[in-house]
Design a protein around this ligand. Sequence first.
Ligand SMILES: Nc1ncnc2c1ncn2[C@@H]1O[C@H](COP(=O)(O)OP(=O)(O)OP(=O)(O)O)[C@@H](O)[C@H]1O
Ligand SMILES: [Mg+2]
Length: 336
Amino acid sequence: MQDTAIYVPNPDPTAAPLVDVQDLTVRFVSRDLDIPVVSGVSFQLQQGQVLCLLGESGSGKSVTMRALMRLFPPTARIGGTIHVDGQNILALPERGLRRVRGGLISMVFQEPMTAFDPVFTIGVQIAESVAYHDGTSLRQGRIRALELLELVQVPSARRRLDAYPHELSGGLRQRAMIALALACRPKLLLADEPTTALDATVQIQILLLLRELQRELGMATIFVTHDLGVACEVADQIAVMYAGRFVESGSVVEVMDAPRHPYTSGLLRSTIHAGTKGHKLDPIPGSPPDLAELPPGCAFAPRCHNVEKDCLDGPPPNIILGGSHRARCVRLADII
Ligand SMILES: Nc1ncnc2c1ncn2[C@@H]1O[C@H](COP(=O)(O)OP(=O)(O)OP(=O)(O)O)[C@@H](O)[C@H]1O
Ligand SMILES: [Mg+2]
């Protein structure tokens, strides 16, 4: 493999983190609404590590991911700080931001057609991205485009260079989008449900490919999935989001083997994964909260079977449980 970042098999925990997010808040403000969609999110990620974001629909996973690239509509109001590779993302001028997007940070979406322009061939689009970020000619960009399609194991890669996006199958299009995302050797890869639109067998192939590439290229990766099995398979760290907050976070072992927040336990009991074999699924009662009308205390309280009066007093603190394990619940001492 050519021109790749250095592989870091065991990220040094004492090294400065590649990603450092502190107290991130995102609100969407319109004339008569002010909706907090991400609140007080903090995390750090070392080079080569994978963080998986879990949580129900609308919990703020995609907004958190987009914040890292500062991809927001004008109605968004952002607070807190985001540093990636030492760059202060929220303070960067537009020009610097263009270099960061698709250079330092790349994104793989659920639907590849959103990343490709239907009127240009795959080869032209990847070559243009390489030429823009590397300052090379389009001819050299095309050579690298071919290398990238081979890297993501697109069969007959030379021929596919001249294919239009609609001429590829869903799985091949997703591989091509990963090639596009890798075109500029990002240090941070954001993957927002990258396999959800694919059938089960292709999903596995793409996941294995992403994991292999992530390890080979030493990229830090933030991965959004609804699939707990996938999270266990690909992640080093897990963060469970509820109503815009990280309600539980830690290493895969800490969160999956010993979940402490009632929402995490509920997710594990209600979703099919390796640990549910032989157990009846037990859905979480109720539905996710209306973010415009969050209760004053814990947002999960109305659905929680451990709820007590003190849960409604104010936002629960983020309690350190040891190692990297944290959970936001005032009743942790009572919940085994
Ligand atoms: N541009 C926007 N304007 C207003 N509200 C928005 C905007 N984008 C997202 N939201 C709201 O922010 C909240 C979080 O959305 P987000 O897309 O991050 O959820 P998610 O966790 O990714 O959900 P899913 O699993 O369905 O993808 C939702 O309530 C959504 O309606
Ligand atoms: Mg989403």
